[in-house]
Ligand binder design. Structure first.
Ligand code: BG6
Length: 804
């Protein structure tokens, strides 16, 4: 009304308004030209993923972008015949839905337009790809459009990748000035090597910036919110997001479904490759990475993510617990036509304990867990903070937003579960978080609902204003070139480098069987001490009774007798290591009492690893502050090399204890930027250091091992170096790689007050037997030359090494 009056009085303004409207319309039309035309080619358009998510995601993309000056065409493609494919796609397009706020008639209209822009075609041969390219070009010409780019979405099994990639590269690239984006779905390899091979192959067809590897968890709204949340709440989180405040981080994805119908795939992958290596690891890096100054810079986010991978501490067998639902093997037998005797070792459940070696996260356990056939479907990341408060009032008077005694946690709730939708939860006693109000809204309280041990009302809780499926989010990110929501080659290989050693070491482990669903009870609960993870409940082991059955641990006690005229202690591995660790501690205490310090020389290799772990996690009274740690031998590799004995000592012992750094004495194998060069006199330097610090060059304790060829330290059969003579430390050659070594000599070892020789495992059985019979023949069996001149020698052997 008012406007009408205004224009009646000022007729000139009508003209001006009309001109303005025309200009806006014109600008809109020009904008279409300006932004250009995008062709999306959905490969595997008749598959499950396409039907469930991808067509809907493309429709959403169309709705979001078409008004901004882009034009689109969508090509559904597959191997299916043209007629069948067309029917299939037509049906899927009919079922597409609009956001809630779009009225039904408007939605029908938009869907109609999308249908017009979409078509199905069969794509098989490279000629088909050529024809597609020609058709796109013809359409562009016909409609007078400029090409902005082409998106190829590979929703096909990986074995088809190479052929398709070749065809796209050779005959379906867009013209000059337009971009190409290819979208790839996992699996991206099976381990480090296969991932590397696949990556190399793809790289021969596409540039890195052209590839978008999807991890659909990065499109889940709560996951996609982790970095923005950290960024927008920097002030509150700055002091909290670190080892001093975080007690632990849980990254969890529980499923109720099992693997039925997919056992062909699942048998090859298992839960670690299927979920942990990708989804949960991605989330882990988002939580753990250093926050870039500018979180909207893809390049910075990806760089920081990669740095987070580099800080991950290597995993070992004890970092994992594995399970398999009972029906699984039967399903595999049925679906894969396996014989009745077939039993799968593929885990369908895994709990993994991860640590990061950096100043922010050192010592904070990151628990990753996922499984099929569990009691509920839910996914979340939970950051639980340490509780450092004492509350003087009785618990009933604690108030959620004030009491520091109530649990303090931040949860990125990925979905499902009790809450039923994605959410971000922050305990009220932490801080009131900021979330962008356009996209996140406060969740209404639901009395009676408890999450993570607290009523919902204890949290500031936010959920998305508009719930979006992960694929819609990611398709939009592909369109906008947001590379940080995807997996780069470097990132992928870093993740496989982290997981592959664990996967290899677990390949033959039998997972714990679980019934599935609520019946699992506490069977899959696990707990950790230090770096070790184990199931909380002992599984009742079934020992087959009867003649000839293997002895069980309880049949033996620690056995004490003689071996080569010296005391022998023999036991099952765990007891043996515990006994040796106790003996070392007792020796250390005695030495510190008498001399004020304890000089311990340690071997490398795998046998001492459990000993180091035992000392690190069970011996709190150990006088580390007065202990000097020396190396018995070293491989001529840089100290940070995983092959280095010092690196083993560092990983399994040093980083967990408090030894003054000037008490740690690695062997100087790396001098003047070269390894074990005679001229650098590293051996002489080590000898001088020993003679300067160790009274009489007589160590309080030397821990040795015995090789299957009778070598000890790095003193090898048929090689005279170090067996006699005045040189306390020598350079030697090993028959196995790395060949160059540095070692304490036999005479120096024999000056020790005590020498302990640790021998473990069935592999050592033969040499143990042999050495028990030979005399003093160090040239043939250097171990036989170990005989402390005035000290004591004790053998520690597990039953497998001793009894076979
Ligand atoms: C996939 C796994 O990547 O993620 C499946 O291959 C798993 O095994 C699925 O079921 C879970 O995804 P979502 O989105 O249902 O949580």
């Amino acid at each position: 009304m008012l406007a009408e009056l205004y224009f009646k009085r000022r007729p000139g303004c009508w003209k001006m308004l009309a001109v303005a409207v025309c200009m806006v319309l014109l600008a809109g039309l020009q904008a279409q030209d300006l932004q250009g035309h995008v062709s999306v080619i959905l490969l595997g358009a008749t598959g499950d993923l396409a039907k469930k998510y991808l067509w809907q995601g493309l429709f959403q993309l169309y709705l979001d972008e078409v008004g901004k000056g882009y034009s689109f065409s969508f090509h559904g493609a597959a191997l299916t015949s043209t007629k069948q494919g067309q029917e299939f796609v037509a049906k899927v397009l009919e079922s597409l839905s609009c956001p809630e706020d779009v009225a039904p008639e408007r939605c029908a209209e938009l869907r109609g337009r999308f249908q017009q822009r979409s078509q199905y075609r069969r794509l098989r041969t490279s000629e088909d790809y050529m024809a597609l390219s020609k058709d796109i070009e013809a359409q562009l010409q016909h409609e007078g459009l400029r090409e902005a780019g082409r998106i190829f979405y590979f929703s096909v099994p990986p074995f088809a990748y190479a052929d398709i990639a070749r065809s796209i590269n050779s005959s379906c690239r867009p013209g000059p000035g337009a971009w190409l984006r290819v979208v790839l779905e996992k699996p991206f390899g099976h381990d480090r090597l296969s991932a590397q091979q696949l990556a190399t192959e793809l790289r021969s067809f596409f540039q890195e910036e052209e590839m978008y590897r999807v991890d659909h968890y990065l499109g889940k709204q709560a996951v996609a919110q982790i970095l923005p949340f950290r960024d927008q709440n920097r002030k509150a989180l700055d002091g909290l997001w670190n080892r001093h405040h975080v007690e632990r981080v849980e990254i969890i994805m529980k499923e109720t479904v099992d693997a039925e119908g997919r056992t062909g795939f699942y048998e090859e992958y298992g839960v670690i490759r299927d979920v942990l290596q990708n989804h949960l690891t991605e989330i882990l890096t988002l939580v753990a990475m250093e926050l870039p100054y500018n979180v909207s810079s893809s390049e910075a986010v990806l760089r920081h993510k990669l740095q987070a991978f580099q800080a991950l501490r290597g995993l070992h067998k004890d970092s994992a617990v594995l399970g398999q639902y009972q029906a699984y093997s039967g399903q595999v037998r049925r679906e894969q036509q396996k014989p009745d005797s077939f039993h799968s070792l593929t885990p369908t459940f895994a709990g993994i304990l991860v640590h990061m070696d950096n100043l922010r996260w050192e010592g904070v356990p990151f628990i990753l867990m996922s499984g099929k056939a569990l009691d509920e479907r839910v996914g979340y990341v939970r950051i639980l903070f340490r509780n450092q408060a004492y509350c003087a009032q009785t618990e009933t008077r604690w108030v959620a937003d004030q009491s520091q005694c109530l649990p303090r946690q931040i949860v990125f709730y990925i979905g499902h579960g009790e809450l039923g939708s994605p959410a971000v939860l922050v305990s009220r006693n932490l801080f009131r978080p900021f979330l962008p109000s356009g996209s996140w809204k406060e969740v209404e309280d639901r009395p009676g609902l408890r999450l993570f041990g607290r009523p919902l009302s204890d949290f500031y809780a936010y959920s998305p204003v508009r719930e979006q499926d992960a694929y819609s989010v990611l398709i939009s990110h592909i369109f906008h070139g947001r590379k940080d929501s995807f997996i780069t080659t470097e990132n992928l290989l870093a993740s496989w480098a982290f997981w592959t050693p664990l996967l290899d070491s677990l390949a033959h482990e039998a997972p714990r069987l679980y019934p599935g669903g609520a019946e699992n009870g506490h069977l899959l609960d696990f707990e950790f001490t230090g770096t070790q993870l184990r199931f909380s409940q002992q599984q009742p082991e079934q020992l087959v009774p009867g003649p000839g059955s293997a002895p069980s641990p309880s049949d033996f006690q620690v056995l004490q007798s003689k071996y080569r005229d010296s005391p022998l202690i023999s036991a099952w591995p765990e007891e043996l290591i515990a006994k040796l660790a106790d003996d070392i501690e007792a020796t250390a205490m005695r030495a510190v009492r008498r001399f004020g310090e304890f000089h311990l020389a340690l071997s490398g290799g795998s046998s001492p690893v459990p000993l180091f772990q035992q000392l690190a996690t069970r011996h709190y009274g150990f006088p580390w502050a007065h202990t000097h740690l020396w190396l018995v031998d070293e491989r001529c590799v840089p100290l940070r090399d995983p092959e280095s004995n010092f690196q083993g000592l560092q990983a399994h012992l040093l980083q967990h204890i408090r030894v003054p750094y000037y008490n740690v004495h690695p062997m100087p194998v790396h001098l003047h930027q070269r390894l074990c060069a005679e001229e650098d006199q590293g051996a002489q330097m080590y000898a001088s250091e020993i003679s300067a610090l160790v009274t009489n060059s007589s160590f309080d304790l030397v821990l040795l091992g015995m090789g299957t060829d009778g070598h000890t330290a790095s003193l090898f059969p048929q090689s005279p170096a170090g067996l006699e003579g005045p040189q306390p430390v020598v350079l030697t050659r090993s028959p196995s790689k790395p060949h160059q070594r540095m070692s304490l000599s036999l005479p120096l070892i024999n000056r020790a007050r005590k020498v302990a020789i640790l021998v473990m495992g069935r592999m050592k059985r033969e040499i143990t037997l042999l050495v028990s019979r030979v005399g003093h023949e160090p040239k043939k069996w250097p171990i036989s030359g170990v005989l402390p001149s005035s000290g004591q020698l004790v053998w520690y052997m597990d039953y497998e090494a001793f009894l076979g």
